[in-house]
Design a protein around this ligand. Structure first.
Ligand SMILES: NC(=O)c1ccc[n+]([C@@H]2O[C@H](COP(=O)([O-])OP(=O)(O)OC[C@H]3O[C@@H](n4cnc5c(N)ncnc54)[C@H](O)[C@@H]3O)[C@@H](O)[C@H]2O)c1
Length: 340
């Protein structure tokens, strides 16, 4: 089969032939139809410090996918050949306290598809049956391929009650834009999204009825005045991983404000904890999706009018992956979907 492989410890990826996977008793094999390129894949492509520490080579990459089950393992029940599916990219164990309490997303032994175990940028991928999420008929493969990052956005955005609240999202990458769209969908009052990249902010404005702010041109005080907001933002969703963005956010939160932090800073940074304490802020860190409550909520919201499709800006053949990765690196895209 065709597969996109990190062949050696250097920049880039290689499309090459690999043996097709064989299912274990508790696995299914999925014929991959569409995949999304994630920022994690870009780290692996660029072979940055994180990737060098994390990714064994060779490794088939990719973890955002939708496709069709073509084979099921001998123990698998309730799934069948021909079902359209996506699935959770974090594969959990059975031993930890968290898993045994049913908190699967908190398992310290989590392995990532396309990170620690063979991934979905291939004609076929092997997935534990537990991880499979069947796709309803009204969720097509293209949307199915971006449910993983949409799940990050859903998990973050639904961490706090947003009804009637003023929300700030820092970082208008694909996940930030989708989180802002969710905040609007579930009934926030004002949803402000900041970035430094005008292309991304223009995309944000096209995806949902939100207020994009180029933080290099307008400060948040004047945005608050424009929106007639007296005290500050009630909820913050950090989606950039940037120190400056977090500081701007904390400077403009209300007393008792709540922040959900998804962004991954590339290096440690100093935080003015005294300021946070005197503002009585709550900060919740987010990793991945809740299994499987986030998946349930996300499918339900897509079926009740949440429209994130405009965040997909590029649809490419899998063979044109280099184009896709380089466009992402230049910051000129929303989600990029590869067709297999
Ligand atoms: N915790 C998790 O499980 C998880 C999962 C996926 C992604 N992430 C992280 O979430 C973040 C969002 O993911 P993404 O794919 O949308 O990332 P992305 O890199 O595409 O988007 C980040 C955006 O932040 C913007 N930005 C840079 N400086 C800024 C500033 N000072 N103020 C506001 N915005 C600024 C960038 O221009 C970019 O558009 C990333 O940090 C990513 O690493 C975390």
């Amino acid at each position: 089969m065709r597969a996109l492989v990190k062949v050696e410890a250097a920049r880039g990826l290689t499309m090459r032939q690999e043996p097709a996977p064989v299912p274990g008793p508790d696995d299914v094999i999925v014929k991959v139809k569409k995949t999304g390129i994630c920022g994690t894949d870009v780290h692996i492509y660029k072979w940055d410090e994180w990737a060098q520490k994390t990714i064994p080579v060779p490794m088939i990459v990719g973890h955002e996918y939708a496709g069709e089950i073509v084979e099921v393992g001998s123990h698998v029940k309730n799934l069948a050949v021909g079902m359209r599916v996506s699935g959770e990219g974090h594969v959990v164990g059975t031993k930890s306290r968290a898993v045994r309490a049913g908190h699967f997303h908190l398992d310290p032994e989590t392995q990532g598809i396309g990170v620690n175990i063979p991934g979905a940028f291939a004609d076929y991928v092997r997935i534990p049956a537990f991880n499979v999420v069947p796709l309803p008929d009204d969720i097509d493969d293209e949307l199915g391929a971006i449910l993983d990052p949409l799940g990050n956005a859903v998990h973050t955005a639904l961490s706090f009650n947003l009804i009637g609240e003023d929300v700030i999202v820092t970082g208008a990458g694909p996940i930030g834009i989708m989180a802002a769209a969710i905040a609007r969908h579930v009934g926030a009052r004002h949803v402000v999204i900041t970035d430094v990249n005008p292309t991304r902010l223009a995309l944000a404005g096209r995806v949902a009825d939100i207020t994009p702010v180029n933080i290099t041109e307008e400060d948040l005080k004047s945005v608050m005045a424009r929106l007639k907001m007296a005290e500050g933002f009630d909820v913050g969703l950090e989606m950039s991983g940037q120190e400056a963005a977090f500081q701007q956010m904390t400077d403009h939160m209300v007393m008792g404000g709540r922040i959900a932090f998804l962004g991954i800073p590339s290096r440690p940074f100093v935080v003015d904890w005294a300021k946070l304490v005197f503002k009585v802020l709550t900060i919740k860190c987010i990793y991945g999706r809740e299994m499987f409550e986030t998946w349930y909520k996300m499918l339900a919201m897509l079926q009740s009018g949440l429209n994130v499709r405009p965040v997909i800006t590029h649809r490419l053949r899998a063979e044109d992956y280099v184009d896709g990765f380089e466009t992402m690196i230049r910051g000129e895209s929303g989600k990029i979907v590869l067709e297999w």
